[in-house]
Design a protein around this ligand. Structure first.
Ligand code: ZN
Length: 136
């Protein structure tokens, strides 16, 4: 078991497939409005900025900053090792886009608000979970 095994797999829908499977191409893909260029996450059918409906996934750099986090010490699932970090990561392209994720590749005690991170993907069945690790 790796430190990522605790994640429950998401329901992949046509609206979220780009996000959960972009990792197959090594890309973090976020829905973007073609009219005003706003990134939209979680995916929605209409742009919240301009109400545009011409939205398409676009690859972002995968780099971002830890906006907030918590360290989970509770063993909710007996097969899941603790502790682990649950975080909101702001993407560089648009800090209002915050991705709920886990920070991996370092000790939970080393995670800080404002820490620079980059995406890494954990392949589970047909899903590529976007996780983040320290950006050295
Ligand atoms: Zn828009």
């Amino acid at each position: 078991m790796t430190q990522n095994e605790f994640r429950l797999l998401p329901d992949v829908t046509p609206e979220t497939e780009h996000f959960w499977r972009g990792g197959a191409h090594g890309e973090l893909r976020i829905l973007r409005c073609s009219a005003c260029r706003t990134f939209i996450h979680p995916p929605a059918p209409v742009c919240p900025e301009c109400l545009g409906r011409d939205l398409a996934p676009e690859a972002v750099s995968g780099r971002g900053t830890v906006a907030t986090f918590t360290v989970n010490h509770q063993r909710w699932n007996p097969t899941v090792p603790v502790p682990y970090v649950i975080a909101l990561v702001e993407i560089d392209e648009q800090p209002s886009v915050r991705i709920m994720t886990n920070i991996v590749g370092c000790e939970p005690d080393d995670v800080r608000i404002g820490m620079r991170v980059r995406v890494t993907f954990a392949e589970r069945e047909d899903v590529f979970l976007p996780l983040f690790e320290p950006d050295a």
